[in-house]
Design a protein around this ligand. Structure first.
Ligand SMILES: [Zn+2]
Length: 326
């Protein structure tokens, strides 16, 4: 009997822990991931949310991910986010929907009143009460390309209540509701001690110095889009020496993308090439394991390297190479 209760309890906890937010666009797929590099705007920065396709169309309904109430409207066509809605949810998190072309009808009167009063300028409205409620799946606005968006899409973020930390939205969204798309993780090039090489499985590469300074150009290819990855583990033989998980970022790190990305990283309207550094010695919130400093203790100068890469959609790639000290 007791065993049964424990089992039921574990099952309930398991179900409660499953990501349950609705994707903000119906039958959509991901076109950009959390913490990709961005060189747009005034400073290089991290992409702080997940982009969902609106099939390049404006006017597609954007939906509340969970029951919640309106805490902020940003009426603004020119800055990074454009027209933006922020909701507060009972679980303590906030969701943010950006680049909208138009807000939901239930906020029409407020928006009209404010734009009549203040004209065409940036207006940020903070709501102190929980009067304007949205239920899960309800329309919060319509897709567009206001702000820093070259094409219409829905930019979606998850933040804590104080908006001090941002989280990977794909840890919250029920991914079974996304449109199934063919995907695969690739390493294209590797950089060792600043020099770039094409990656070839099992090949021997040379390095110099106390430990190898490797950066990998990796991505998930999804419907011809190249997306940033979520997790990288680097093993020397069976030893996990470096481990990155991009699940959360303090807002204060938003303008520090070069802590993670090598300077070869590139982003234009047509090209996305993210080179992830696997050698930073700084204390960074997303670097969970870093044993590079202690390598010389048992260092023979030769390593069999395995790099395991995961994306936020559940794909895994395994890559291997050999390193020999010059
Ligand atoms: Zn975005």
């Amino acid at each position: 009997m007791k065993k049964c209760i424990v089992f039921v309890l574990l099952f309930v906890l398991y179900v409660l822990a499953l990501p349950s937010y609705l994707p903000p666009v119906e039958n959509s797929y991901v076109t950009a991931t959390f913490l990709e590099f961005r060189s747009t705007g005034s400073v290089p920065h991290f992409h702080s949310g997940t982009d969902f396709s609106t099939f390049l169309k404006e006017g597609i309904s954007v939906k509340a991910a969970e029951n919640g109430y309106l805490v902020r409207l940003e009426i603004d066509e020119d800055s990074i986010y454009g027209m933006t809605v922020v909701l507060q949810h009972d679980d303590g998190y906030r969701t943010l929907y950006a680049h909208l072309s138009k807000f939901a009808e239930k906020t029409d009167k407020i928006v009209e009143m404010l734009t009549t009063e203040f004209g065409k300028q940036r207006i940020v409205v903070e709501f102190q009460s929980d009067d304007i409620r949205f239920s899960k799946g309800e329309n919060i606005g319509y897709s567009g390309k206001t702000g820093e968006a070259s094409q219409a899409h829905a930019h979606f973020e998850v933040r804590d209540e104080e908006e001090k930390n941002i989280y990977d939205p794909l840890d919250f969204v029920d991914k079974s509701l996304l449109r199934p798309v063919q995907m695969g993780i690739m390493i294209k090039n590797i950089v060792i001690d600043g020099k770039e090489y094409q990656y070839q499985a099992g090949k021997v590469y040379q390095y110099s110095g106390d430990f190898p300074k490797i950066a990998v150009e990796t991505y998930t290819e999804l419907a011809k889009n190249l997306l940033g990855v979520k997790e990288i583990k680097m093993y020397f033989s069976d030893d996990l020496v470096y481990h990155i998980i991009l699940d959360k970022l303090p807002m204060e790190c938003w303008e520090k993308p070069y802590d993670l990305y090598d300077e070869k990283t590139m982003m234009t309207s047509l090209i996305y090439r993210g080179y992830y550094k696997l050698y930073t010695l700084d204390d960074l919130p997303y670097v969970k394991v870093n044993k590079l400093n202690s390598l010389s203790n048992y260092d023979s100068g030769q390593y069999l390297v395995t790099i395991e890469i995961k994306d936020a959609l559940g794909n895994v790639g395994m890559f291997s190479l050999k390193l020999v000290r010059r």
